[in-house]
Write a protein that binds this ligand. Structure first.
Ligand code: NAD
Ligand code: UDP
Length: 314
């Protein structure tokens, strides 16, 4: 059955893939974005479809519409972008959540929040399970994002408990793929562009910190499965790829796959940069029958092809 679906942050990296998948499944999609980090280029193909609608709007302001489902993705996700205007980042997470939850309550829509592994901060348990409360510095440079997202989770769960709003909390781990902004500043896009230009690869710290990288198609599949669960399952649920790599391993892999002449250079590690991160995905496997299908090399090759195809933008 055709559903009407609102995707906030729909012109961003993940949002654009989600909009495309939802349109391809025969839904009507309304993409809301203020284009802070998103781009019309990501969704221009979709605008030819009469069931795709584009709205320029900022989620910190109330918004009214009639839809069946809301995916709330609006928020810059890269440290350089979310730290650029920290107060705005907090407002986007917190006021955006209030506005979208108020809308969901009023129109009785299901609503999914794009939360993050950052709610675990620099984790003291490994891998991270959903019952871990996290280790977050509330006054550090990452706090605008981490605490904003933690507050949003708290708002979601309380709208569920107090107002029976049908919520879903998805904790996304590092995700990469085509449509990442070339100047996004995150590690995968930085390293690929540096490697394609044969420039130095900038490793922050000694490169021993780890991340677990998920290809965007796997994430979109997880998000849609989570939205499709019954009203009694609200999460939070980790959606990520448990294969963990050091940042140095990632750099060497990208040099190999791009046949690059780049050399590694070491820069200082930003404060509060988590040392390790790996999702425990047992809950997603059990509740969503989901696990990632695309491993690092395959996903990197697709992403490298994408960045080659948009060379004029970097
Ligand atoms: P992105 O920066 O590419 O996309 C975010 C989108 O939100 C952009 O299109 C941006 O213009 C829009 N936006 C920002 N502030 C807005 C506002 N106030 N009003 C309206 N639109 C606004 O990032 P992404 O990687 O696609 O992330 C999407 C969501 O997933 C974010 O909520 C992010 O926190 C979450 N997430 C992403 C990752 C990841 O690794 N990519 C990991 C964890 C969580
Ligand atoms: N990083 C790096 N070089 C870069 C960009 C990032 O070494 O050019 C490191 C960063 O310090 C962090 C990891 O890569 O340890 C992942 O960074 P990213 O910004 O992609 O995501 P997050 O830290 O939010 O997981």
């Amino acid at each position: 059955m055709k559903k009407k679906i609102l995707v906030t942050g729909g012109a961003g990296f993940i949002g654009s893939h989600l909009c495309k998948r939802l349109i391809n499944e025969g839904n009507e999609v309304i993409c809301l974005d203020n284009y802070f980090t998103g781009s019309k280029r990501n969704i221009v193909e979709l605008t030819k479809n009469p069931y795709f609608e584009l709205i320029r709007h900022d989620v910190t302001m109330p918004f009214f519409i009639e839809v069946d489902e809301i995916y709330n993705l609006a928020c810059p996700a890269s440290p350089i972008h979310y730290q650029y205007n920290a107060i705005k980042t907090i407002k986007t997470s917190v006021m955006g959540a209030i506005n979208m939850l108020g809308l969901a309550k009023r129109i009785k829509a299901k609503i999914l929040q794009a939360s993050t592994s950052e709610v675990y901060g620099d984790p003291l348990i490994h891998p991270q399970t959903e019952d871990y409360w996290g280790h977050v510095n509330p006054i550090g440079i990452r706090a605008c994002y981490d605490e904003g997202k933690r507050c949003a989770e708290s708002l979601f769960i309380n709208y569920y408990r107090q107002n029976n709003v049908r919520i879903k909390l998805m904790r996304i781990f590092n995700t990469y793929g085509p449509n990442m902004h070339p100047h996004d500043g995150r590690v995968v896009s930085n390293f690929i562009i540096q490697a394609l230009k044969n420039e130095d690869i900038t490793i922050y710290g000694d490169g021993s910190q780890t991340r677990s990288f998920q290809y965007v198609d796997d994430l979109v599949e997880g998000a849609i499965r989570l939205m499709g669960t019954g009203d009694d399952f609200v999460g939070p649920v980790n959606i990520g790829n448990p294969h963990e790599f050091t940042i140095k391993e990632l750099a060497l892999k990208i040099i190999e796959l791009t046949n690059s002449k780049s050399k590694l250079v070491y820069k200082s590690l930003p404060s509060d940069d988590p040392m390790q991160r790996q999702p425990d995905i047992s809950l997603a496997k059990k509740q969503l029958n989901w696990e990632p299908k695309i491993q690092l090399e395959e996903g990197l090759l697709k992403t490298i092809e994408y960045f080659k195809s948009i060379k004029k933008y970097w």
